[in-house]
Design a protein around this ligand. Structure first.
Ligand code: ATP
Ligand code: MG
Length: 204
């Protein structure tokens, strides 16, 4: 090995040791054990699919999972098919109406949102659930179909060990404030805008 390579290796080892010390210190400092509230927002693709990635993680540990899909239900999706056919242990509830620009029925949407929220609330008060996914919930708040404070209180007062994932664009600062983890998926480009059709197994 040349001197130069040896120096690079030694330097790399020093940097990695410092990095490990930092990571270890951060791990030691994070000593609170409780469920977390995660908000996945932003205009890019990847919010719901990330939430369903967490569903798979939780199922790997035999955790009890509840999924409530606001808005969705008009379009069949791979995750719905998989959960219905392969995951009888997952409770799935769908609002069942399509996108609100399809239904154009505000009163009907509000009634459906409230009915769906009642199912979500059941999960958020049941300590049997380890993970609750509230997919596309942010739109119910943006359109004021659900009372924001009621939703925030239910999330904040959920059982201590329960984690919750909320997806959807927007969401607002009050929702962000009650969540422990907030991630924004940024839209850099999307195939659809280049005229590529939404794809089975990728987009739905
Ligand atoms: P995914 O379910 O793929 O993780 P998402 O939950 O981040 O997407 P939604 O706003 O719920 O995004 O929209 C779901 C559908 O819209 C998916 O088919 C997705 O590919 C598509 N989509 C998401 N973001 C964009 C975008 N920026 N432009 C066009 N289509 C998008
Ligand atoms: Mg989504």
């Amino acid at each position: 090995m040349s001197d130069d390579q040896q120096k690079k290796n030694t330097r790399h080892k020093e940097v990695m040791q410092k990095q490990k010390a930092k990571v270890d210190a951060n791990i030691a400092a994070a000593d609170t054990e409780r469920g977390v509230a995660v908000l996945l927002t932003g205009n890019g693709k990847g919010k719901s699919s990330s939430a369903f990635g967490m569903v798979i993680r939780a199922l790997g540990y035999g955790h009890k999972v509840g999924v409530v899909q606001f808005i969705k239900g008009a379009q069949l999706s791979g995750e719905e098919l998989y959960i219905r056919n392969q995951c009888p242990q997952v409770t799935l509830y769908q609002m069942g109406t399509g996108f609100t620009w399809d239904t154009q029925d505000r009163t009907g949407d509000i009634a459906a949102a409230e009915k769906t929220w009642a199912e979500a609330r059941k999960m958020l008060t049941d300590p049997g659930y380890d993970l609750v996914v509230l997919d596309e919930l942010t739109y119910m708040l943006a359109y004021k179909y659900l009372d924001e404070q009621m939703v925030l209180d239910a999330i904040a007062q959920r059982p201590m060990e329960q984690s919750v994932v909320v997806t959807g664009r927007g969401g607002g600062s009050a929702l962000q404030a009650v969540m422990d983890t907030v991630s924004e998926v940024k839209d850099i480009k999307h195939a659809f805008k280049a005229g590529i059709k939404a794809r089975k197994g990728v987009d739905y």
